[in-house]
Design a protein around this ligand. Structure first.
Ligand code: GLC
Length: 573
């Protein structure tokens, strides 16, 4: 094992206050510095915060790289840097891209592009999205719709291939849907809610097309998709960053759309935490799975969307007010997440020894978590080196499960500090069999069984142990893993995972998910030709081939707010 070159500040003379703080205590992060950074209008002209950081990442990778066996040579990195700062070059039409390395691409790539194009959905002659799955052998349910979250990897694939039009159309169409009146029975939903999905209705008699959308009022369980609005903002920034076209984000309706989404999650209430309180099933895991409360997936997407909004909002009267609120929230959110959601060996040991029923400001165990609530598996799962953001933190409740999407987004958005990002990758490497196994990647780990499954899922037959959301393996997550690998300078991890996927994905007809402890079996009710499995693979391949693509979906940490680790961390053990 190589020693990570992290900047850990060991403080041997801990004071009482230090002991009362969470494991990792940070210097207050100064997000207000972000306000001084070039904003939307300057995205094209100046090397923005994230661009600069990407170049630092690439150059800084070299020593680290060789230690970790990265095989990008420096001249290639510099070539790539050129393209980071300029919009992606347009390629002709909707053709399959050629490999930029000069090597023939894997034969699956061409197949994947064809399958992705087959999934295109047109509205009045224009492509507006991709269908969730093109599988006619199963009952459709809502897999014939364009899901906002599912479209994200498709959008990234098209942007990386120099085809931004479909992404622009999608952004504008979903924005129109946002302005619909949304009701469940007699209750009206917030103005800013974005749809989970939509579809095009053809009327052969009138020869017309209309859109219908689902904001949760038709969804199983009737839950509004909290993630949709966040993905929408993230995609708007990806489009802007990749094309250099700021005009879309500058449209008054886009600015308003963003503000409406932000109003939903920045409103004041009874909250005592900066994290966002959610109902179960409000994100990728869209069924009851015990992810209510403050799920990591939503918190990480919330953070990422706030950072993207900060780059996109105009400094006009309305924008300014939101910018101030965002800065304050980012400040509190990053502190809370980095301190209380973070788990590594040291923190685990601290919780194991927690005292309970502490009252007042001096409490160490602030949320009154009972050490007896620590599940058995977590002691074996936690490697000597490594760590992760746990699933949920609320009063007397820590959900220790590992969730893939939230941890990858934490890396991409720089919610995770560089040290935490490295630790997350270390954990993935150490727990390869559990998290990757025979098909990347577990949506969460471990599965719930027997009594726990009954109580927490409400006896959900789709979410039985090691199936679907309950410890199933989802190929779509490959793009998130790859992006996280590129950002942390560990592409060899992604390469290994992609190779595993390549052995089966096409042969198995791009399943939605796999089942079993190792992900060996095609999922019980998995759709075939699942679009985000296809697009996720393409994005992973393109990103690995040209790491400069990372810029559209990653944001670097502001060096000015570099955290100060006051206590020793697990890798010193
Ligand atoms: C399932 C997934 C959800 C996805 C949808 C369409 O419901 O849980 O995340 O958006 O299928 O693919």
């Amino acid at each position: 094992m190589s020693t990570p070159d992290v900047d850990v500040n060991h403080n041997k003379n801990l004071k009482t206050e230090d002991l009362l703080c969470p494991l990792v205590e940070y210097e207050e992060c100064d997000f207000s510095k972000l306000l001084e950074k070039p904003r939307l209008l300057n995205i094209e002209r100046q090397r923005s915060l994230d661009e600069r950081s990407l170049s630092e990442l690439s150059i800084g990778m070299s020593p680290h790289h060789s230690a970790r066996g990265v095989d990008l040579n420096s001249s290639r990195i510099f070539e790539q840097l050129d393209s980071v700062c300029s919009p992606v070059g347009r390629r002709s039409g909707f053709s399959t891209p050629r490999s930029q390395t000069g090597f023939d691409p894997h034969p699956m790539v061409a197949e994947a592009w064809e399958a992705l194009r087959r999934s295109l959905v047109y509205f009045r002659g224009q492509p507006v999205g991709t269908i969730a799955a093109l599988d006619n052998t199963e009952e459709n349910l809502n897999y014939d719709q364009v899901f906002v979250r599912d479209f994200v990897p498709s959008a990234l694939a098209f942007l990386m291939n120099g085809e931004p039009e479909i992404v622009r159309n999608f952004i504008l169409k979903t924005l129109r849907l946002q302005s619909w009146e949304k009701k469940i029975d007699r209750f009206q939903l917030g103005e800013g809610v974005m749809p989970a999905s939509f579809k095009v209705l053809h009327d052969p008699v009138r020869n017309s097309e209309t859109l219908i959308a689902d904001f949760g009022e038709s969804a199983i369980g009737r839950v509004a998709p909290v993630d949709s609005g966040f993905w929408w903002i993230i995609l708007l920034r990806a489009y802007t960053k990749s094309t250099g076209d700021t005009s879309l984000a500058e449209l008054p309706e886009c600015q308003k759309g963003m503000r409406l989404i932000l109003s939903l999650c920045l409103s004041e209430g009874f909250d005592t935490f900066p994290t966002l309180l959610c109902a179960d099933g409000c994100c990728m895991i869209d069924r009851r799975m015990g992810v209510y409360g403050y799920p990591i997936e939503i918190q990480a997407l919330f953070f990422m969307a706030l950072r993207c909004a900060l780059l996109l909002l105009k400094q006009d009267d309305e924008g300014k007010e939101f910018i101030e609120r965002i800065v304050k929230r980012l400040h509190a959110l990053s502190y809370h997440m980095r301190s209380y959601f973070w788990l590594d060996l040291k923190q685990l040991n601290d919780i194991y020894r927690y005292k309970t029923e502490e009252y007042s400001h001096t409490a160490v165990n602030k949320f009154n978590v009972m050490p007896d609530s620590l599940p058995e598996w977590v002691f074996d799962f936690m490697p000597l080196r490594g760590g992760y953001f746990i699933g949920n933190v609320s009063p007397a409740r820590m959900d220790f499960r590992w969730f893939c999407l939230g941890n990858c987004i934490a890396i991409l958005s720089s919610l995770a500090t560089p040290e935490q990002s490295t630790a997350i990758m270390d954990l993935i490497e150490s727990r390869w069999e559990e998290l990757v196994g025979e098909m990347p990647l577990k949506v969460c780990y471990p599965a719930m069984e027997t009594h726990e499954w009954r109580i927490i899922t409400g006896c959900d037959p789709k979410n039985t142990r090691w199936s679907y959301h309950n410890g199933g393996s989802w190929p779509v997550l490959l793009w998130l893993l790859t992006a996280a690998c590129v950002k942390t300078g560990r592409p060899q991890i992604a390469r290994r995972a992609i190779e595993i996927a390549e052995a089966r994905l096409l042969k198995d007809h791009w399943p939605e998910y796999y089942d079993g402890k190792l992900g060996r079996y095609i999922g019980k009710q998995a759709r075939k030709a699942q679009t985000w499995s296809i697009a996720g693979y393409l994005v992973a391949k393109m990103m690995l081939e040209d790491p400069s693509h990372l810029g559209m979906i990653a944001i670097e940490e502001d060096k000015q707010m570099k955290p100060l680790l006051r206590r020793s961390n697990s890798w010193t053990l």
